[in-house]
Design a protein around this ligand. Sequence first.
Ligand code: IPM
Ligand code: MG
Length: 374
Amino acid sequence: MMTEQNTAIKLLVLPGDGIGPEIMREVRHVISWLESRRGLSFDITEDVVGGASLAEYGEPIRDEVIEKAWAADAVLFGSVGDPKWAHVGFEKRPEVAILKLRQELGLFANLRPAKVFDALVDASTLKPDVVRGLDIMIVRETVGGIYFGNPRGIETLPDGSKRGVNTEVYTTSEIERVARVAFDLARKRSNRVCSVEKCNVMESGLLWKEVVTDVHAKEFPDVELSHMLADNCAMQMVRNPRQFDVIVTGNLFGDLLSDLASMLTGSLGMLPSATLGAVRENGKFPALYEPIHGSAPDIAGQGIANPIAQILSFAMLLRYSLNKQEEANMIEQAVSNVLESGLRTADIMSEGMARVGTSVMGEAIVRELDKLQK
Ligand code: IPM
Ligand code: MG
C-alpha cells in the first residue's frame, strides 16, 4: 500500500517575472531541505508565466500551464508584471496570467494574512504600540466582482470621445462560499469576522451584507460578525488595526485593503497569500500560493530582494494544501528566528541590523531549519 510518505507531492512552480525567479530559488533550497531532512518527496514541474511567457510564446499564460495547474497538488506562484509589456493590449498583459489562473481554477478565496513579527515592529510606518502583535486575515473574493463583471470595455461614442466601463457583480452563491471560508477560518483564530462592502451606495454591497448575515445566522452563529463600510475600514485599519481578526470582502476592496494591511507590518516583502478553490469529489481542491508583493522590476536581478514572502507562501502551501502543519510551523519559526538574529534584506533594514541579500537570507533560513530539526 502506498503511504503518504512515498507519494511524491506534485507541485507546479511558476516563478514569473522580475524578482520572481531569484526568490523562488530560495524556496527550492527549502524544498530540498524538506526532502533530505524530513523525508518529504516533491515532484516539481516549472513553467513560465507573465512577461517571461510573452517573450517565449507570445501569450501571458498557455492553456498547457492551466492544465498542469489542475494536475498539481498545488501551485507555487512568484509574481508577474514587467514594464516592457506596458504598451501591449489588455489581453496580452503579464497580469493576465494570474487573473486567468484564478478564474480557470475557480480560486475564489484569497487568504491574505498580515502579521507583525516582533522583531520587525519598528519597520512599520505606524507606531509600534499600534501594530505590536497584529494578526489580521483578509479573505478576498477573487473570481468575481468588478474584475470580471460584464459589461466591460472601452467604447467610442458618436462624438469621438470614449467611455470605459466595468461592472461590479456578485451572486448569492459567490458571496456564500467566500463567507463560509472566512467564518471557518475565524473559528480557528479569534472567532471574529468583519464583512466589508459599500452597501450605502452599491446594490452589490447590499446583497453582500444580506448574504453574509444569512450565512452567519444559519451556519456560524457562534462566530462574532460585524459589518463595515469599505472606506471606514481603510480608516480603522490605520487607526486601530488590532480590532480586526478576519475581514471578508470583494475583489476590488480586498485588493486595496490587503495592500494597506501589508504596509502595517512594515514590508510588503514579508507577506504570503493563498488562493483556494472549491473542494472536488476526490477531496482535493485547487490552490495557488503567492507573495503579495509584485515583480519589483526596479530591483530585479540584483540579488537584494526579500525571499521571505515567497518562503512563507510555501509554508502556507504546506499548511493548507498538504496538511503538513509541523513543517509549516518550522518554516515560520525559522523565519522569525532569523529576523530575531538581526538579518535584514534592504526592504526591512533598520539601524544596527545586518543587511544581507536574497541568497544569504535564504541560506540563513535553511540553517535555522537545521537547528530546529535537531
Ligand atoms: C494582487 C495584484 C493583482 C490583483 C494584479 C497583479 C492583477 O494586485 O494580487 O493583489 O489586482 O489582483
Ligand atoms: Mg493587489
